[in-house]
Design a protein around this ligand. Structure first.
Ligand code: MLT
Length: 264
């Protein structure tokens, strides 16, 4: 479905009934990465997914896409759907957007699931890598950055033994436009550090990390999760950075358990 948020067309899905749960996708993916979660969670809650600006079938306006701007798109979609409070589930870049959302609209968040993501800002080297990747996407197209990204998004085991998973990730990434990927990279490069903000977060939180996540490693996740007052950490064995795609049953079970604790 499509709606207009902040002057641009946003593509989204809205399925199931009950407590609203908004799934916010990773980079360089789009809402298709949540297909297994929509199927598993729609029987127990209202699941909303969206293509963030610049991704999938949403508009691709000029960037950079600051995390706060994408968070305001999420807030706009909530308003459009008459949702006052929601559980936010953000994976990686989706986690950065969820953190920004919580920073700006804390009273509208009933629970936070932060999966395979980082509370820290980028260091200088990380920012330079992103700007180089943005320029490469603009110059040489999406394909030029996707293949090397797939290699780090998935665990080595997934890469070696599950070509179907690698192929699915690649196909989703290729649906995106180079301008959108570049604008998101520039926005991520400028994101603030959220460690202290999360340490003061009042809402219940679940932090998820694949044991083989090379981009947001488990030890780092534990470091900021332990400072969040009402939080727990769940590790997913056999998963890399895209834990929801690599181990969907495990991912869905822990998210469903978390949602049921919020309902009781
Ligand atoms: C993602 O999966 O969203 C990206 O790896 C995030 C990032 O580049 O920091």
């Amino acid at each position: 479905m499509k709606t207009t948020i902040n002057g641009i067309s946003i593509n989204y899905r809205d399925e199931g009934r009950g407590i609203p749960v908004i799934l916010i996708h990773a980079f360089p993916m789009n809402q298709a990465m949540w297909d297994d979660q929509v199927l598993a969670l729609a029987p127990i809650c209202r699941v909303i997914t969206m293509d963030l600006r610049g991704f999938g079938a949403s508009d691709v306006p000029f960037g950079p896409y600051w995390m706060a701007l994408m968070a305001s798109d999420v807030r706009g979609l909530m308003a459009d759907l008459a949702i006052e409070r929601a559980v936010l589930v953000g994976l990686s870049m989706g986690g950065y957007v969820a953190m920004s959302f919580y920073r700006n609209f804390p009273d509208t968040v009933s629970g936070l699931v932060l999966a395979d993501t980082r509370a820290a800002a980028d260091n200088a080297e990380g920012r330079e890598r992103r700007i180089a990747s943005a320029r490469k996407a603009e110059r040489d197209g999406v394909e030029s950055i996707v293949d090397e990204m797939v290699q780090v998004l998935l665990s080595q085991t997934s890469i070696d033994t599950r070509p179907d998973v690698a192929n699915r990730v690649r196909q989703i990434a290729l649906q995106n436009r180079p301008e959108g990927l570049a604008a998101a990279q520039r926005g991520m490069a400028a994101r603030p550090d959220s460690t202290e903000m999360l340490a003061g977060a009042a809402c219940p939180a679940l932090v998820i990390v694949g044991t083989d996540d090379r981009l947001s490693p488990p030890d780092e996740a534990r470091g900021w999760q332990e400072r969040m007052p009402d939080s727990r950490l769940a590790m997913i064995p056999g998963a890399g950075h895209l834990s929801n795609i690599e181990q969907p049953d495990h991912f869905n079970r822990i998210v469903a358990d978390f949602i049921s604790t919020l309902q009781s």
